[in-house]
Design a binder for this molecule. Structure first.
Ligand code: PGA
Length: 255
Protein backbone atom coordinates (compact mmCIF):
# COMPACT_ATOMS: atom_id res chain seq x y z
CA UNK A 1 0.00 0.00 0.00
CA UNK A 2 1.22 3.45 -0.80
CA UNK A 3 0.41 6.30 1.52
CA UNK A 4 0.98 9.83 0.29
CA UNK A 5 2.95 11.91 2.81
CA UNK A 6 0.97 14.74 4.37
CA UNK A 7 3.10 17.78 5.18
CA UNK A 8 1.53 20.82 6.82
CA UNK A 9 3.16 24.20 7.32
CA UNK A 10 1.89 25.92 10.47
CA UNK A 11 2.42 29.65 10.08
CA UNK A 12 1.16 30.44 13.58
CA UNK A 13 0.67 34.22 13.99
CA UNK A 14 2.83 35.26 11.06
CA UNK A 15 2.15 36.81 7.65
CA UNK A 16 -0.18 39.45 6.30
CA UNK A 17 -2.48 38.92 3.30
CA UNK A 18 0.03 40.21 0.68
CA UNK A 19 2.79 38.12 2.28
CA UNK A 20 0.59 35.02 2.13
CA UNK A 21 -0.26 35.64 -1.52
CA UNK A 22 3.36 36.23 -2.49
CA UNK A 23 4.46 33.09 -0.64
CA UNK A 24 1.84 30.89 -2.32
CA UNK A 25 2.65 32.17 -5.77
CA UNK A 26 6.32 31.35 -5.31
CA UNK A 27 5.83 28.14 -3.35
CA UNK A 28 3.35 26.65 -5.88
CA UNK A 29 6.00 26.82 -8.58
CA UNK A 30 8.62 25.26 -6.32
CA UNK A 31 6.51 22.23 -5.45
CA UNK A 32 4.82 21.71 -8.80
CA UNK A 33 4.32 18.00 -9.55
CA UNK A 34 5.30 16.58 -6.16
CA UNK A 35 3.52 13.48 -4.89
CA UNK A 36 2.94 14.90 -1.45
CA UNK A 37 -0.22 16.26 0.11
CA UNK A 38 0.74 19.79 1.09
CA UNK A 39 -1.21 21.91 3.56
CA UNK A 40 -0.72 25.42 4.87
CA UNK A 41 -2.27 26.20 8.21
CA UNK A 42 -2.53 29.93 8.16
CA UNK A 43 -4.08 32.84 10.09
CA UNK A 44 -7.84 33.38 9.70
CA UNK A 45 -7.34 36.79 8.12
CA UNK A 46 -5.44 35.38 5.15
CA UNK A 47 -7.48 32.20 4.54
CA UNK A 48 -9.71 33.46 1.81
CA UNK A 49 -6.99 35.38 -0.07
CA UNK A 50 -4.65 32.40 0.24
CA UNK A 51 -7.30 30.08 -1.15
CA UNK A 52 -7.71 32.49 -4.06
CA UNK A 53 -3.97 32.36 -4.74
CA UNK A 54 -3.91 28.56 -5.03
CA UNK A 55 -4.16 27.98 -8.75
CA UNK A 56 -3.40 24.32 -9.33
CA UNK A 57 -4.90 22.58 -6.30
CA UNK A 58 -1.51 21.35 -5.13
CA UNK A 59 -1.81 23.23 -1.85
CA UNK A 60 -4.61 22.80 0.66
CA UNK A 61 -5.48 25.69 2.89
CA UNK A 62 -6.23 25.05 6.55
CA UNK A 63 -6.89 26.94 9.76
CA UNK A 64 -5.18 26.80 13.14
CA UNK A 65 -8.27 26.68 15.31
CA UNK A 66 -12.06 26.57 15.19
CA UNK A 67 -14.78 27.57 17.62
CA UNK A 68 -16.51 24.82 19.58
CA UNK A 69 -19.80 26.59 18.89
CA UNK A 70 -21.99 26.34 15.85
CA UNK A 71 -22.80 30.05 15.58
CA UNK A 72 -24.08 32.75 17.89
CA UNK A 73 -23.04 35.50 20.26
CA UNK A 74 -19.40 34.47 20.71
CA UNK A 75 -17.38 37.61 20.08
CA UNK A 76 -14.02 36.91 18.51
CA UNK A 77 -14.75 33.30 17.58
CA UNK A 78 -14.70 31.76 14.10
CA UNK A 79 -17.01 28.80 13.45
CA UNK A 80 -16.49 25.83 11.15
CA UNK A 81 -19.03 27.10 8.62
CA UNK A 82 -17.01 30.31 8.31
CA UNK A 83 -13.79 28.31 7.88
CA UNK A 84 -15.40 26.28 5.15
CA UNK A 85 -16.64 29.47 3.58
CA UNK A 86 -13.11 30.92 3.61
CA UNK A 87 -11.71 27.82 1.89
CA UNK A 88 -10.25 25.75 4.73
CA UNK A 89 -10.15 22.02 4.09
CA UNK A 90 -8.46 21.08 7.38
CA UNK A 91 -7.99 22.58 10.83
CA UNK A 92 -5.55 22.05 13.68
CA UNK A 93 -7.31 21.00 16.87
CA UNK A 94 -5.57 21.36 20.24
CA UNK A 95 -2.17 22.61 19.18
CA UNK A 96 -0.06 22.74 22.36
CA UNK A 97 0.05 26.54 22.15
CA UNK A 98 -3.77 26.59 22.27
CA UNK A 99 -3.83 24.10 25.14
CA UNK A 100 -1.19 26.08 27.04
CA UNK A 101 -2.16 29.71 26.43
CA UNK A 102 -5.91 29.29 25.99
CA UNK A 103 -6.43 26.47 28.48
CA UNK A 104 -8.31 24.31 26.01
CA UNK A 105 -9.56 21.23 27.82
CA UNK A 106 -10.24 17.81 26.36
CA UNK A 107 -13.97 18.43 26.40
CA UNK A 108 -13.56 21.70 24.47
CA UNK A 109 -11.33 19.94 21.92
CA UNK A 110 -13.91 17.20 21.51
CA UNK A 111 -16.51 19.81 20.64
CA UNK A 112 -14.13 21.45 18.17
CA UNK A 113 -13.49 18.08 16.56
CA UNK A 114 -17.20 17.57 16.03
CA UNK A 115 -17.63 21.06 14.62
CA UNK A 116 -14.92 20.38 12.03
CA UNK A 117 -16.29 16.96 11.05
CA UNK A 118 -19.78 18.37 10.76
CA UNK A 119 -18.64 20.69 7.96
CA UNK A 120 -16.38 18.20 6.22
CA UNK A 121 -13.21 19.93 7.40
CA UNK A 122 -10.44 17.47 8.26
CA UNK A 123 -9.44 17.75 11.94
CA UNK A 124 -5.72 17.43 12.62
CA UNK A 125 -5.69 16.57 16.31
CA UNK A 126 -2.45 17.63 18.02
CA UNK A 127 -1.04 15.82 21.02
CA UNK A 128 2.27 15.89 22.86
CA UNK A 129 3.97 15.64 26.23
CA UNK A 130 6.08 18.19 28.12
CA UNK A 131 9.74 17.55 28.94
CA UNK A 132 8.84 17.06 32.57
CA UNK A 133 6.26 14.41 31.67
CA UNK A 134 8.77 12.60 29.46
CA UNK A 135 11.44 12.68 32.16
CA UNK A 136 9.00 11.28 34.69
CA UNK A 137 8.18 8.41 32.32
CA UNK A 138 4.64 9.66 31.80
CA UNK A 139 4.73 10.10 28.01
CA UNK A 140 2.50 7.13 27.17
CA UNK A 141 -0.01 7.88 29.94
CA UNK A 142 -0.29 11.50 28.78
CA UNK A 143 -0.63 10.68 25.08
CA UNK A 144 -3.12 7.89 25.67
CA UNK A 145 -5.30 10.19 27.70
CA UNK A 146 -5.05 12.99 25.10
CA UNK A 147 -6.10 10.54 22.37
CA UNK A 148 -8.81 8.78 24.38
CA UNK A 149 -10.39 11.89 25.88
CA UNK A 150 -10.80 13.61 22.53
CA UNK A 151 -11.53 10.69 20.22
CA UNK A 152 -13.52 8.29 22.38
CA UNK A 153 -17.06 7.92 21.11
CA UNK A 154 -16.24 8.99 17.59
CA UNK A 155 -17.97 6.57 15.19
CA UNK A 156 -15.56 4.22 13.45
CA UNK A 157 -16.93 5.39 10.12
CA UNK A 158 -15.84 8.99 10.80
CA UNK A 159 -12.41 8.23 12.27
CA UNK A 160 -10.60 7.84 8.90
CA UNK A 161 -11.28 11.53 8.25
CA UNK A 162 -8.87 12.53 11.01
CA UNK A 163 -5.18 13.09 11.10
CA UNK A 164 -3.14 13.03 14.29
CA UNK A 165 -0.07 15.19 14.92
CA UNK A 166 2.39 14.09 17.57
CA UNK A 167 4.33 17.14 18.69
CA UNK A 168 6.51 16.70 21.77
CA UNK A 169 6.26 20.11 23.42
CA UNK A 170 9.97 20.05 24.29
CA UNK A 171 10.83 19.89 20.58
CA UNK A 172 8.53 22.69 19.35
CA UNK A 173 10.51 25.78 18.40
CA UNK A 174 13.51 24.25 20.15
CA UNK A 175 15.68 23.78 17.08
CA UNK A 176 16.23 20.18 18.16
CA UNK A 177 13.71 17.57 17.03
CA UNK A 178 12.97 14.27 18.76
CA UNK A 179 15.32 11.55 17.59
CA UNK A 180 14.01 9.36 14.81
CA UNK A 181 13.85 6.46 17.29
CA UNK A 182 11.77 8.40 19.81
CA UNK A 183 9.48 9.74 17.09
CA UNK A 184 8.92 6.30 15.54
CA UNK A 185 8.32 4.48 18.81
CA UNK A 186 5.93 7.18 20.01
CA UNK A 187 4.04 7.13 16.72
CA UNK A 188 3.74 3.34 16.96
CA UNK A 189 2.33 3.78 20.46
CA UNK A 190 -0.20 6.35 19.19
CA UNK A 191 -1.19 4.01 16.35
CA UNK A 192 -1.88 1.29 18.93
CA UNK A 193 -4.07 3.68 20.90
CA UNK A 194 -6.04 4.36 17.71
CA UNK A 195 -6.30 0.63 17.07
CA UNK A 196 -7.68 0.07 20.57
CA UNK A 197 -10.26 2.84 20.06
CA UNK A 198 -11.27 1.86 16.52
CA UNK A 199 -9.64 -1.08 14.72
CA UNK A 200 -6.43 -1.97 12.93
CA UNK A 201 -7.67 -0.89 9.51
CA UNK A 202 -8.87 2.50 10.75
CA UNK A 203 -5.66 3.02 12.75
CA UNK A 204 -3.58 2.44 9.64
CA UNK A 205 -5.70 4.76 7.55
CA UNK A 206 -5.15 7.71 9.92
CA UNK A 207 -2.05 9.74 9.05
CA UNK A 208 0.15 10.43 12.06
CA UNK A 209 2.30 13.51 11.53
CA UNK A 210 5.40 14.37 13.52
CA UNK A 211 5.95 18.00 14.60
CA UNK A 212 8.68 19.78 16.52
CA UNK A 213 11.73 21.35 14.85
CA UNK A 214 11.23 19.60 11.51
CA UNK A 215 13.59 20.99 8.88
CA UNK A 216 15.26 20.03 5.63
CA UNK A 217 18.07 18.32 7.58
CA UNK A 218 15.85 15.83 9.41
CA UNK A 219 12.69 15.30 7.32
CA UNK A 220 14.01 12.50 5.10
CA UNK A 221 15.14 10.36 8.05
CA UNK A 222 11.84 10.90 9.88
CA UNK A 223 9.76 10.03 6.81
CA UNK A 224 11.57 6.70 6.35
CA UNK A 225 9.97 5.43 9.54
CA UNK A 226 7.02 3.11 9.28
CA UNK A 227 4.61 5.05 11.47
CA UNK A 228 5.56 8.58 10.44
CA UNK A 229 3.13 9.59 7.71
CA UNK A 230 3.90 13.28 7.50
CA UNK A 231 4.98 16.35 9.38
CA UNK A 232 3.66 19.52 10.97
CA UNK A 233 6.26 22.18 10.35
CA UNK A 234 6.33 25.52 12.16
CA UNK A 235 9.30 27.84 11.80
CA UNK A 236 10.76 26.13 8.72
CA UNK A 237 7.50 26.59 6.82
CA UNK A 238 7.67 30.38 6.98
CA UNK A 239 10.20 30.52 4.16
CA UNK A 240 8.88 29.21 0.82
CA UNK A 241 12.29 27.91 -0.33
CA UNK A 242 12.96 26.07 2.90
CA UNK A 243 9.48 24.55 3.06
CA UNK A 244 9.64 23.48 -0.59
CA UNK A 245 12.91 21.70 0.18
CA UNK A 246 11.18 19.83 3.01
CA UNK A 247 8.32 18.86 0.69
CA UNK A 248 10.69 17.44 -1.92
CA UNK A 249 12.69 15.55 0.71
CA UNK A 250 9.59 14.01 2.29
CA UNK A 251 9.31 11.75 -0.75
CA UNK A 252 7.05 8.79 -1.24
CA UNK A 253 6.42 6.10 1.29
CA UNK A 254 5.90 2.42 0.80
CA UNK A 255 4.10 0.75 3.68
P1 PGA B 1 8.39 24.17 14.95
O1 PGA B 1 6.82 24.22 15.32
O2 PGA B 1 8.53 23.42 13.66
O3 PGA B 1 8.79 25.62 14.84
O4 PGA B 1 9.08 23.45 16.08
C1 PGA B 1 5.98 23.12 15.10
C2 PGA B 1 4.58 23.44 15.57
O5 PGA B 1 4.41 24.13 16.58
O6 PGA B 1 3.60 23.01 14.94
Amino acid sequence: MEKIPFIIGNWKMYKTIPEAQEYIEKFSKLIHGVKVRVGLSIPFTALSAAKGSVKNGEIQIGAQDVSRHDEGAYTGEICSLQLKDAGASFVLIGHSERRQYHHESHSVLKEKLHQALKRGIQPVVCIGETLEEREKGLTEVVLKSQIDEVLRGLPKSEAPQLALAYEPIWAIGAGLAATVEIAQSTHAFCRNCLKALFDDHVARSISILYGGSVKAENIAALMKEKDIDGALVGRASLDANEFAKIIHLSGNKKL
